[in-house]
Each structure stands twice: as structure tokens, then as C-alpha cells.
Design a protein around this ligand. Structure first.
Ligand SMILES: Nc1nc2c(c(=O)[nH]1)N[C@H]1C(S)=C(S)[C@@H](COP(=O)(O)O)O[C@H]1N2
Ligand SMILES: [Mo]
Length: 439
């Protein structure tokens, strides 16, 4: 079922677009035909494992033979080839569960959710990058260079879980439009940056401030410079929390290009749509921010539960705040085969938005009985929590391992599906894997 776009299909469908996507290679005017920008050349050399010596003669739209005859799937810049690409305009890619096994999700495995077109990598000049803070509830307007932000304010590193509000959308019935995320629009990495509140306080917040909104340097799919692909935000209370960061690093390295390089917001535990990428402006608002995808039905769920398929009026839709309790089995890969009398080690992560996870239980009899797994404390607030267990099976045959987390407020994951909602958000149903026991 997994849809991977192979190199051949990608080039077959649109060789120019393939060049652009893979190498960031833009096709120049006819006089500059075949010209490869330095950054594109570097990307290509990296993929090939050596410098492409006569690159200036390499035809446009052709697949290098060093890649053409391999089984390598279409690879996004800076990303693992086994990410599942759901869409390429805009780029959306999720991580299969077995690749989320690390406690700290590596940059090349971190999912990508774009609403528009990222700024061209070669156009990003880290020396010139600025962040402006303004808005009707800002005492003054201030612009900081990236280097000033780093030097002027204390730096913090937190492990923060980012999950797209639409993660799990695929399972809803009737189906909801949008990216058909399965389980992989989530990750937890160590983000380094400055506290948003330190910067807001430096600018000065008027007493009537209620919300902040972000703007990034990505562009609208239509190409219309007047339109923003997305401009969301959070209430001022959330903005002022210690863990709300303006971050430039992930796991001690520059942010990956597709995850907002060189600067982004990170609000752990809230829908990741609040964590603005390619961040260039923050507005302090005296009312709920009204940027693109704040109003209507975007990133909102019915304020009161509705029957599947119900049409809900905009005024009855409420903004999603904390994400719900959830867990993921990251080892073994679904379909594992083991011998009878062997114990199967299982492991994964659990998270619960603003709250702590209290318990992770597993079942091998489709939920008839449950045993508790070992659950670790979070590294810090908003970090996912690692769990593991050793599972025994009574006889040969097909089993499923189901895992269910419960948060500190006593809320557990639903077995099948949570409440249906028009846009297919907040699916926190239990994750399950298939296991075969042989003799
Ligand atoms: N500038 C900008 N910020 C953005 C987006 C975007 O399209 N543009 N997408 C948002 C959404 S919907 C999600 S889920 C997260 C995804 O973050 P990631 O791509 O780093 O995983 O970024 C958010 N921030
Ligand atoms: Mo999202």
C-alpha cells in the first residue's frame, strides 16, 4: 500500500520537475542550458558518492546511471529514501514506524509537512536572515539578525514532540480530504534556540496581547506573492511558556532544509502547524490571529462531538490546542516472525500533548487482556516517552501486538477511532503490528 515514487516514474512524468525536486536544479534560459548551480551539483555529488566531474555536460532531465539502475526510491533533499512521499507539490512525507525507533528522531527521518513552496535553498543566506517582531500589541517593532538572536538571548535545548494535527487522517470514514497520513507525521528531536518569551519581552508586550502569529519565507502554491501558504499561531500564554522556542538547530545541527532551515518556531505537544518554519516574522496580536489557515475549518474540530459525515458550520468549529495521548510501536517492524518460546522485545514511544503519559499497556489477544510495559520518564516536558516490553506468545500462529497509552489525566487511546471530524484531525487510535510465531 505504501506509495513510493521511484526515480524512473518521477523522471518519466516530468524530467524538469524531477531535476528541480532532486537537486534543486533550475533549468536556465537556453543560453545557459545544462548549467548546474553549485548547490545542485553538491546535492548530486552527495547522492552519487563522488563529485560528478563533467557535470556541466550532463544532460538536463537525465537520471545519472549511478542512480538509475539502483532500487533507490525517490529521495527528498536531506531525507531518508524510505520516507513515504504523500505529495510532491507541496512536499509531504511521513516516516514509517520502524524508522522512528530512535529516542531522538534524526533530521533525515523527521517528517515533512509543507503547505507551500519552501524558499530556494540557494537563496537562503544565513548571514542575512532576520526575524521581525511587530503587531498591534508589540510596544515597538524590532528586527533581529539570526546571529544577534543567538548571542543576545540565552540558548536552550529541549526535546520536543511535533505531530501534525492530521496524522492518522487516512483511517477516518467517511474519508477526510487532505494528506492521507498514516502514522508517521510525528517526531521528537532536540531543538536548540531561544525562548520565544525572552524575545517578546525584549520587544515589549502590551497588556492587551492575546495571541501571536507567524510568517515564513515559503511561498503560496499559486505563486501569488500576496498570499501566504500558512500563517498560524498560539495564544500568548502558550507563547510565554519556557519550552516555546525560536529554534535554529535540531539534534545539534542546523535545522534540515525541509524542516524550516534556518529558523523556526517549535511548540511541543501542540499541532505542529503552530510551529512556523522558515520563520521571518512574528506578530503580537490583540485578538486571535487571523492569518491563513486560522479561520474556517482548518486545524479545527467540532466544539461538540458530531456523527460521522456531519457538516459542521464554521462557528461550531474550535481551534485544536493540545494533541491527545498516543503511542507508536517502533520495533519490531509489523510482520515480524519469531520462534515459539522466544520472547519478543517490543518498543516505541508515547506522548500526550501538554500532559505526561502515565502508563503504556500491550495486548496480544486483541484487547481482551492487557499487560503493562516499562515506561520511561520524559527527558523534559513535551518530549515523548520511550517504552518497552518483552512479549510471550502461547502457541504458533498469527498475532497482533496492540499498544495503548494512558495520560496523567486518565485518558486512554481509543481502540479503533476517536470521534469523526470533518477534516480528519486528532486520530490517536492504538497502533498495532502483526507478528507470526513459528516453531
Ligand atoms: N512556514 C511554514 N511553516 C509550517 C508549515 C508550512 O507549510 N510553512 N507547515 C506546518 C505544518 S501543518 C506542520 S505539521 C509542521 C510540519 O513540520 P515539519 O515539516 O518540520 O515536520 O510545520 C508547520 N509549519
Ligand atoms: Mo500539520
Amino acid at each position: 500500500m505504501k506509495k513510493k515514487i521511484g526515480l524512473h516514474r518521477l523522471y518519466g512524468e516530468n524530467p524538469k520537475k524531477a531535476d528541480q525536486l532532486l537537486w534543486g536544479r533550475t533549468h536556465g534560459s537556453s543560453s545557459r542550458r545544462g548549467f548546474l548551480k553549485k548547490s545542485a551539483l553538491a546535492a548530486m555529488s552527495m547522492a552519487l558518492g563522488a563529485e560528478m566531474v563533467f557535470a556541466e555536460h550532463f544532460p538536463e532531465g537525465m537520471i545519472p546511471a549511478g542512480l538509475a539502475f539502483s532500487e533507490e526510491a525517490f529521495q527528498l533533499p536531506g531525507k531518508h529514501p524510505n520516507l513515504v512521499v504523500l505529495n510532491d507539490k507541496p512536499i509531504n512525507a511521513e516516516t514509517p514506524p520502524y524508522l522512528l525507533d530512535d529516542r531522538q528522531t534524526p533530521g533525515n527521518l523527521f517528517f515533512v509537512r509543507n503547505n507551500g513552496i519552501p524558499p530556494k535553498k540557494e537563496d537562503i543566506d544565513i548571514q542575512q536572515w532576520t526575524l521581525t517582531i511587530e503587531g498591534e500589541s508589540a510596544k515597538v517593532k524590532k528586527t533581529y539578525k539570526l546571529a544577534d538572536l543567538k548571542a543576545k538571548f540565552k540558548n536552550y535545548t529541549y526535546h520536543l514532540t511535533l505531530e501534525c494535527g492530521g496524522n492518522g487522517r487516512k483511517e477516518f470514514n467517511p474519508p477526510a480530504k487532505g494528506n492521507q497520513w498514516s502514522t508517521g507525521a510525528v517526531g521528537c528531536a532536540a531543538f536548540t534556540g531561544v525562548r520565544l518569551k525572552d524575545v517578546l519581552n525584549d520587544v515589549g508586550i502590551k497588556p492587551d496581547a492575546v495571541y501571536i502569529g507567524y510568517y515564513g519565507e515559503d511561498t503560496h502554491l499559486s505563486g501569488d506573492p500576496q498570499k501566504d501558504p500558512i500563517s498560524r499561531g498560539v495564544p500568548i500564554e502558550k507563547a510565554m511558556e519556557d519550552h516555546s522556542l525560536i529554534a535554529w538547530a535540531m539534534n545539534g545541527e542546523d535545522l534540515p532544509y525541509l524542516n524550516g532551515y534556518p529558523l523556526r518556531l517549535v511548540f511541543g505537544g501542540w499541532p505542529a502547524s503552530t510551529s512556523g518554519k522558515w520563520l521571518s516574522k512574528i506578530v503580537i496580536r490583540n485578538k486571535e490571529h487571523d492569518g491563513t489557515k486560522m479561520k474556517g475549518q482548518a486545524y479545527r474540530v467540532p466544539c461538540k462531538p458530531v456523527a460521522p459525515g456531519t457538516k459542521v458550520a464554521d462557528e461550531d468549529m474550535c481551534i485544536i490546542e493540545s494533541m491527545p495521548v498516543k503511542s507508536l510501536i517502533t520495533y519490531p517492524k509489523s510482520g515480524a516472525t519469531i520462534r515459539l518460546h522466544q520472547q519478543l522485545p517490543i518498543r516505541g514511544h508515547a506522548w500526550a500533548g501538554e500532559w505526561r503519559v502515565d502508563q503504556v499497556a500491550y495486548s496480544i489477544d486483541f484487547g481482551a487482556s492487557w499487560d503493562n510495559g516499562m515506561l520511561e520518564a520524559p527527558v523534559n516536558k513535551y518530549a515523548w516517552q520511550h517504552f518497552n516490553a518483552k512479549v510471550k506468545f502461547p502457541k504458533r500462529g498469527y498475532y497482533e501486538v496492540w499498544v495503548r497509552a494512558t495520560d496523567e489525566k486518565g485518558k486512554s487511546q481509543p481502540m479503533l477511532l476517536p470521534g469523526w471530524n470533518p477534516k480528519g484531525y486528532l486520530n490517536n487510535a492504538c497502533h498495532r503490528i502483526a507478528v507470526k510465531i513459528i516453531s
